[in-house]
Design a protein around this ligand. Structure first.
Ligand code: XMP
Length: 519
């Protein structure tokens, strides 16, 4: 990989992932590890610098997470953020106490009191994001104050030791509410730690391929491909390493968008990876019969998926033994499920966002080549591997597919109606050249019937809701303002071309409180 990388010890902050993202955005590779690593383990891993993350605890609590003894004696540059800074202060002989001033949460203003490389290119004052109740009441011997937050009394906001090897900041440079955070991280990485290389995710393709080739020597592997970015990139990467010893399997659940199974097959064919398609539509619809509860649907789909995939795996195994299951798990999955090792076991990922859950019972060795990459990096890897844009830039699509966009019971007839309406929406959004601008957009089939005029009489027809949102990461979202002319065309095309649908409504709810999907 690269020698010039940074290790982040995670003391349980909700922002640890953002630190990793912000450092990688500066072109420096980094990884997150549990804070319990010993000095020897850190040395063996060989990072060029260390970040101590924030965390929810107070350093003076008896069971608060600590730094391994002697880690600070390794002689590599250290940056402590929030809890990390307080830990440094306490370990090195300073004093930390509960703030007499109200805890600082949110945007604060700091005043820089010392010319320091960390703040190069910045003014004397600046906005930062604070989130702490404890303060450093006394600097450790040999440390100097670099910045204070404005207010009475002023609170220490940044410090460093005399040689400039150990830094601490009380605020969070990694969140976007600290506008000059990237500049400070750049200064720290490039000027203070002296890192020179410019790392890019695409640089990892070749080493990763070689690593996989060695790891999978003489083995046969299986992967479930969905057409989404993660599984596609994982499949192409492993295919580069072991060629046709990778068997990509595509399960057609019947719950994908119109034309999607054919498109996925076509794309993979072009990439030289013909897919083994399993047509399991019937089985999925059977399991979904009578199920109206959203979580019930997700469960039925998850279980059916595992059963179908396992059956296929056994069938393939009879042809030739299989050793490995490849999965497209990415870094955020690892962190969100607490797998990167946090002090407090970060919140567990919402069950329904974790599709599949394939591995354990299949009894194969599990290989996850994308474990250390963020979504944007996976997209970049995909580009470097020559995957087409239609896969690399694909907006998110939920694992349970259209089943959670049909409120109430899912039937093949309803799926067919929704597929048509959704295809019209997609066509018109693309025609209006809005597809790159809108984060996610789709149609939802509602479980109510509404009165419609049909010829001379009245009847009842289906109602479809259009949903379009703007978002960064799916955690919050704003409804997207599709121009009225485009909405009009979508509505009239849907009611004309899909006669059972007689009413089209537009969802104008943001998240929160509404979620992006309707179920
Ligand atoms: P919500 O509806 O929770 O969605 O605001 C946030 C993002 O997650 C996607 N989503 C899912 N993805 N399985 C998935 O793989 C699911 O069950 C699921 N439910 C929601 C949703 O499309 C949006 O991008």
């Amino acid at each position: 990989m690269t020698d010039e990388w940074v290790l982040i010890l995670d003391f349980g902050s909700q922002y640890t992932r953002l630190i990793a993202k912000a450092i990688r955005a500066q072109g420096v590779y980094c990884e997150v590890a549990p804070p319990t690593l010993s000095a020897r383990e850190v040395r063996e891993r060989g990072p060029r610098a260390l970040v101590l993350s924030g965390g929810p605890r107070s350093v003076y609590e008896p069971d608060a997470p600590r730094l391994g003894p002697d880690v600070l004696k390794l002689g590599i540059p250290v940056l402590g953020i929030c809890y990390g800074m307080q830990l440094l202060a306490q370990l090195l002989g300073g004093r930390v106490e509960r703030s007499s001033r109200k805890a600082e949460y949110g945007v604060a203003e700091i005043e820089i009191v010392e010319d320091d490389p960390l703040f190069l290119g910045l003014g004397r004052r600046g906005r930062v994001w604070m989130s702490h109740g404890d303060v450093i009441a006394e600097l450790p011997p040999g440390f100097r104050a670099l910045a204070y937050s404005a207010g009475e009394p002023p609170l220490l906001a940044a410090m460093r030791d005399e040689p400039g090897r150990i830094y601490g900041v009380q605020f969070h440079p990694e969140v976007h509410h600290t506008p000059h955070g990237p500049r400070m991280l750049h200064n720290w990485l490039r000027r203070i730690c002296g890192l020179r290389e410019r790392w890019r995710p695409g640089d990892l393709v070749q080493p990763k391929v070689e690593e996989l080739r060695a790891q999978l020597e003489g083995k046969r592997a299986l992967i479930a491909v969905s057409g989404g970015v993660d599984s596609s990139v994982a499949a192409v990467l492993v295919h580069r390493a072991i060629g046709d010893r990778l068997v990509p399997v595509f399960v057609d659940t019947g719950l994908l968008r119109k034309g999607e199974p054919e498109r996925v097959r076509r794309v993979f064919e072009r990439l030289g990876l013909p897919l083994r398609t399993v047509d399991a539509k019937r089985e999925f619809f059977e399991k979904l019969r009578g199920v109206t509860d959203p979580e019930g649907k997700r469960k039925a789909i998850g279980e059916t998926f595992i059963r179908v995939f396992e059956r296929e795996a056994r069938r393939l195994e009879r042809e030739e033994p299989l050793d490995v299951l490849v999965q497209g798990t990415i870094y955020s999955d690892v962190i969100e499920s607490g797998g990167a090792g946090t002090a407090h076991g970060a919140e567990t990922i919402k069950s329904h966002h974790n599709v599949g859950g394939l591995p354990a019972q299949l009894g194969f060795e599990l290989v996850e080549p994308l474990r250390e990459f963020f979504k944007d990096e996976v997209r970049e890897l995909g580009r470097a591997l020559g995957l087409p844009e239609e896969i690399v830039d694909e907006p998110p699509f939920p694992g349970p597919g259209l089943a959670v966009r049909i409120l109430g019971e899912v039937t093949p007839e309803k799926v067919a109606l929704l597929q048509e309406a959704d295809a019209i929406l997609r066509e018109e959004i693309q025609r209006a050249k809005l597809h790159r601008e809108i984060w996610q957009y789709f149609a939802v089939l509602l479980p109510v019937r509404s009165v419609a005029v049909r010829g001379d009489g009245r009847g009842y027809g289906y109602v479809v809701a259009l949903r379009a949102v703007h978002s960064r990461d799916g955690m919050t979202a704003d409804w997207y303002k599709i121009p009225h002319g485009v909405l009009e065309r979508i509505s009239s095309r849907i009611t004309n071309e899909v006669p059972p649908i007689t009413r089209v409504v537009y969802d104008i709810t943001s998240k929160p409180p509404g979620t992006i999907e309707w179920e």
